[in-house]
Design a protein around this ligand. Structure first.
Ligand code: 4AD
Ligand code: MG
Length: 504
């Protein structure tokens, strides 16, 4: 029996097993929050209604102790799941040792060091449930649309996305790389099956520590024969709409737990604006407005209000710190003010981070050089102006991967498309139409200083029944991060791998 099914057993006796995620005592009552992996439920042990030994056992439950209980399911609207359990019997599996991450104010590094335990917190639990729903939705979407799932190799002999962030490994005295992308294999499979998608781990030796980068992440890469870049964009839009809609419908509880304001997610039904690279650059530089909003002016206004908020917060902290020094102040009032001060200090830290970030964003927006790839700051600047994902297409060919098709209408551009998530999140999808001209590909491979012999098999695809085709890659963790509005991608995957992070 599981917590998620309690509504079916109202008024009946049930047996539940799990862990104590919280406990408080009050006048002959023990309130234990049981979590069993499917949810959280308040269980009440009443000294006047159970055997003395049961009440005593309940009182011994330290945080994260494992136990089972029997009790009656009672409706209570105030509870998150709508039900509580009035306990009659209780058996302990293990009384946990002092739980190391019990306090609220642990820093994120400490929590990440204890990721194996942090995963049990309600917020992390909710994020993992949402991640699971997203994964399921992705498979549903592709399977329902006649795509064949293919597993691309992890050991590869060639680079797909440039040579700067490859992980090398010894493969029986040959050099092998951990796959950066399954795309090239996906293209081969698409020529066999028509429509395919990969869903697998990918590796990039990202030497920078940013809120967007992992060294190991999961990528979903569909590849479609007979698709051009516009068909590709239509598919991306339908795909993301489906996944986000499923989460909105099926993860209401989880979204509430993490405090996600879903208004922006509901915009997923609106068309995604499609901007050329040229338009995107004009918007970033403040030469073109979006719905009456100008990137530079918005940032300047926001910086001014952040600076004002910093002053006001500092003042309030000082006032409260002065106040609690008043002789004879009641304990309760001191405690109340102290917790206010702690909260204000947290807010101040967030504001100060913004005050450091915004000038950097302004700087990179003002000085953006036409022809460059968009950096993290540029993506932040442009996507803060939108409340739906945007698609930026037709990129200067020099900044994009070797395999993208040159735009037949304008040779300066390649037919790549990036999807940028709103609210400052930035790139979640990269894709495009593939070059079909073998000679052009050979030139690009040489230009990128890639070893031609490792790509001969790929070039074969252009000799034997070459067709227009396109595809894209979605970074699963980037999507989870945006949907859950997480401050950093590390919370979107069970055990994040980043530079300097190999344990747990
Ligand atoms: O834009 P990228 O590099 O594109 C490709 O790999 C193509 N082969 C995809 C294709 O067309 N089949 O990566 C695709 C996506 C990015 O948009 C981003 O969401 C994610 O993969 N990604 C990362 N996610 C987390 N950490 C990293 N270091 C990432 N690098 C890319
Ligand atoms: Mg990209």
């Amino acid at each position: 029996m599981y917590i998620k099914d309690l509504s079916k057993y109202e008024g009946q006796e049930v047996t539940l097993r799990g862990w104590a995620s919280n406990r408080r005592s009050s006048k002959g009552l023990e309130f234990v929050i049981l979590r069993d992996g499917t949810g959280f439920c308040q269980c009440i042990v009443d000294a006047t209604k159970v055997a003395a030994e049961v009440f005593e056992k309940a009182g011994k439950l330290k945080l994260e102790s494992s136990f089972s209980l029997k009790g009656k399911v009672v409706k209570d609207e105030r509870q998150l799941g709508g039900y509580e359990v009035h306990v009659s019997e209780l058996e302990i599996y293990q009384i946990a040792e002092e739980y190391p991450i019990a306090k609220k104010e642990h820093g994120v590094d400490f929590l990440t060091d204890n990721r194996h335990l942090w995963l049990r917190s309600s917020r992390q639990w909710a994020i993992m449930k949402i991640r699971n729903r997203i994964i399921y939705s992705i498979h549903q979407f592709f399977q329902e649309n006649e795509f064949v799932e293919m597993d691309a190799p992890i050991f590869t002999g060639n680079a797909c996305e440039g040579t700067t962030n490859l992980f090398e490994t010894n493969y029986f005295d040959e050099t092998a790389y951990l796959s950066q992308s399954g795309q090239l294999y996906g293209e081969a499979m698409a020529m066999a099956m028509g429509r395919i998608y990969t869903f697998g781990p990918t590796f990039r030796a990202e030497k920078s520590k940013t809120r967007r980068h992992l060294t190991e992440f999961w990528m979903i890469e569909p590849e479609m024969a007979f698709f051009d870049i516009f068909d590709n964009m239509d598919l991306i839009e339908a795909f993301l709409r489906r996944v986000v809609s499923d989460v909105l419908r099926d993860c209401k509880n989880e979204l509430t737990i993490i405090g996600r304001d879903t208004a922006v997610l509901e915009n997923i039904t609106k068309p995604f604006p499609r901007l050329t690279y040229d338009e995107a650059v004009r918007i970033i530089k403040g030469e073109q407005d979006v719905n009456g909003k100008n990137s530079i002016k918005e940032l300047e206004t926001e910086l001014a209000s952040v600076l004002a908020a910093i002053e006001a917060t500092k003042k309030e902290i000082a006032e409260r710190e002065e106040k609690i020094k008043t002789p004879g102040m009641k304990k309760g009032e001191i405690g109340f003010n102290q917790s206010k001060i702690d909260k204000l200090k947290q807010e101040l830290a967030d504001l100060e981070e913004q005050a450091r970030n915004i000038p950097q964003w302004l700087n990179s927006a003002r000085n953006f050089t036409y022809g460059n790839d968009l950096g993290g700051s540029d993506e932040t600047v442009i996507t803060r102006l939108f409340d739906v994902p945007i698609m930026v297409y037709n990129w200067p060919h020099a900044v994009k991967a070797f395999y993208l098709k040159r735009d037949p209408d304008d040779n300066r551009f390649a037919r790549g498309v990036d999807v940028l998530a709103p609210e400052g999140y930035g790139e979640i999808v990269g894709g495009g139409e593939r070059e079909t001209n073998e000679q052009m590909l050979r030139e690009k491979i040489t230009e990128h200083e890639l070893p031609m012999e490792a790509f001969e098999w790929y070039l074969d695809l252009r000799k034997y029944g070459s067709v227009p085709h396109a595809g894209f890659g979605l970074g699963l963790e980037r999507l989870v991060t945006w949907i859950c509005k997480l401050p950093h991608v590390r919370e979107s995957i069970p055990f994040p791998r980043m530079m300097g992070r190999l344990l747990p």
